[in-house]
Design a protein around this ligand. Structure first.
Ligand SMILES: [Mg+2]
Length: 258
């Protein structure tokens, strides 16, 4: 076993694993956080200047974790602004990126994010890819979910477009009218597409809202991936097991099929 690795006996009844994308499969959480910070700092600074008030910047750790991470884009905009006592009109998805609406700000953030991905590409965590391959060779079913509307672009850019059997992204959630995390609807839809019950599936998440969704959905096992150094918060949200990287898990009891 490699240093720091933990032997983990794979529970027998678990036949499927549903992975969150950002921060679990792809190393995009930092790109998202930077795009959010650029958006909100520009917006808050301009607002503070106009009102002759002190500018309090967006905290890419605390504010991101608390109000943004794991949520649909517009929910993130609305929830963070509410924490600063700001309410904007919702607008709609066709709003220009400079419109002062929840949708407009969300669209601007998305432009910042996509610019980064197209310029620098995206990275998949090698340890996660190795785990997915190990699960698949043991005939455990796998799915990937995200609130993101950019799942295809990100998976493509990270070179893992064919890794998962089933995908449920932000477009699917919109089409089906599924509420965002911490509601478990997106995970339950992934389980449905895999043909398994929640009680037969594990969820792997790095966001508080996502871990809570896994718990509320009645999943057999919720694994929290702690990229931010807050293992207790993930445990409190309902994670059965917390690792700082999936490479720490040495699975036993899983047999590869030829
Ligand atoms: Mg995530």
């Amino acid at each position: 076993m490699s240093p720091g690795a933990r032997d983990f006996a794979w529970p027998e009844g678990i036949t499927a694993v549903i992975f969150d994308m950002d921060g679990v499969v792809t190393e995009t959480a930092s790109v998202h956080a930077a795009a959010w910070k650029r958006l909100f700092d520009e917006y808050l600074e301009r607002r503070a200047k106009l009102a002759d008030e002190t500018f309090v910047p967006f905290d890419p750790d605390e504010d991101y974790r608390r109000y943004i991470d794991g949520k649909a884009r517009r929910d993130g905009v609305r929830d963070f602004l509410a924490s600063r006592g700001i309410t904007l009109a919702e607008g709609d998805s066709s709003d220009a990126p400079d419109a002062e609406t929840v949708s407009g700000l969300g669209n601007r953030k998305n432009d910042y994010f996509l610019n980064h991905v197209s310029r620098y590409g995206a990275t998949a965590y090698r340890s996660t890819v190795a785990l997915v391959e190990q699960l698949r060779s043991a005939r455990v079913r796998t799915a990937i979910i995200s609130a993101s509307l950019n799942m295809s672009q990100v998976l493509e850019a990270a070179g893992v477009a064919d890794l998962f059997e089933v995908r449920v992204d932000g477009h699917a959630a919109e089409d089906l009218g599924l509420p965002g995390k911490p509601d478990p609807a997106v995970f339950l839809e992934a389980a449905r597409r895999l043909g398994v019950e929640a009680s037969q599936a594990a969820v792997v998440e790095d966001a508080l809202a996502g871990v809570e969704a896994g718990r509320r959905g009645g999943f057999a096992l919720v694994i929290g991936v702690d990229r931010a150094g807050h293992p207790d918060a993930l445990r409190a949200a309902g994670a059965d097991l917390v690792v700082s990287d999936l490479g720490e898990l040495e699975l036993s009891g899983l047999r590869s099929s030829p």
